[in-house]
Design a protein around this ligand. Structure first.
Ligand SMILES: [Mg+2]
Length: 343
């Protein structure tokens, strides 16, 4: 089975599934496969958002450095982020756990404490799920149900040529944090890890931008939105494909923090690559006409003193291109993380 799947990229697999499913058959379904959440009719004013996501041991987390409380938090946060990506409010959750026999009861208890702590922060109620025994690895799968005003929902598929592209915060920090974890900075070298704490936290305990997502949607000024889970190069390519547009990303506009640049030098990696291809930032990426810049900037400032960063422009042609001064345009479409190829 594994070998079979490895022949496809994640995108190819989803595209095949989409072909098999065919056209929508329910009048209550607004959007099926192809966005951060599926969208259903709820009532006169609102739509339901439904999304599901899975975290697998050794693929999405390493128990050696991912302590159970933070892992529980992350399992909830990354799912909630998909509701934020459409401007919605998360409301209900279902949790499925596949746990091996050797899993300690207190490990699981700490996981659940972290998971429910995040649900409480966002006023999400756990309404069900399933617990099963697994052969070897631990797997968590979460479904989140949220709601959104039907006039305000933001899809991936509505970006327009000449929109500016913004992101809601610095990029590449979670990917750098992951790299420090991989290289053993958390095991027995606490003093070495101290300097990189913010980056490591970005990987271990990401924050879904629920309030900002809602403010951006409520402003009525943005055209399209997505959250950054698989890296800017891949997630922006998803948005462009669904919107049937292209994008130019300006390298000198990317928000690379001073700490990230220092980290990249220490890790002997490229800060630009971490920002473009590193996953799990869980920042929001959205597009809007340039005339919306002031309104959107003010919203972000009101929301936890945040800043939004214009990083590029939507174009009529396809593909995501990186523009660097003195260098030819470079196609970076889908160069982020792929779950099946592992690259
Ligand atoms: Mg998403």
């Amino acid at each position: 089975m594994d070998e079979q799947i490895r022949r496809f990229s994640e995108r190819e697999l989803i595209s095949r599934i989409r072909d098999l499913v065919g056209q929508k058959t329910s009048v209550d379904l607004i959007k099926g496969i192809g966005d951060d959440c599926a969208v259903f009719r709820h009532n006169e004013r609102e739509l339901w958002l439904i999304t599901t996501d899975t975290l697998t041991e050794s693929v999405h987390f390493e128990p050696a450095w991912h302590k159970p409380f933070l892992l529980g938090r992350k399992t909830a946060s990354v799912n909630i982020s998909d509701v934020a990506a459409m401007g919605g409010s998360p409301q209900f959750a279902l949790l499925t756990m596949a746990v091996p026999d050797q899993c300690a009861a207190d490990w699981l208890e700490d996981f659940l404490a972290g998971f429910t702590a995040v649900l409480q922060e966002y006023k999400v109620m756990l309404i069900g799920g399933d617990t099963v025994r697994s052969g070897r690895d631990t797997v968590f799968s979460v479904t989140i149900i949220g709601s959104v005003d039907k006039e305000r929902i933001l899809y991936r598929s509505c970006a327009r040529p000449d929109d500016l592209i913004w992101v809601s915060g610095p990029l590449g920090e979670a990917a750098a944090g992951l790299e420090f974890c991989r290289r053993g900075f958390l095991t027995g070298q606490a003093e070495r890890a101290a300097k990189w704490q913010r980056l490591i936290k970005a990987h271990l305990d990401p924050v879904p931008r629920v309030r900002l997502g809602r403010l951006i949607a409520d402003s009525g000024r943005a055209h399209a939105m997505i959250d950054l889970s698989d890296g800017l190069a891949t997630d922006l390519a998803h948005l462009c494909r669904e919107s049937m547009v292209g994008a130019e990303v300006y390298a000198d506009k990317l928000p690379l923090s001073k700490l990230l640049v220092e980290a990249a030098a220490t890790l002997r990696m490229s800060a630009l690559d971490l920002a473009l291809k590193g996953g799990e930032d869980y920042q929001l990426l959205f597009t809007a006409p340039a005339t919306a810049a002031e309104v959107l900037g003010r919203l972000a400032a009101d929301c936890h003193n945040g800043t939004i960063y214009p990083i590029g422009r939507i174009t009529a042609g396809g593909g995501v291109f990186l523009c660097r001064e003195g260098a030819p345009r470079q196609d970076i479409s889908y160069q982020g993380y792929d779950h099946f190829t592992g690259r």
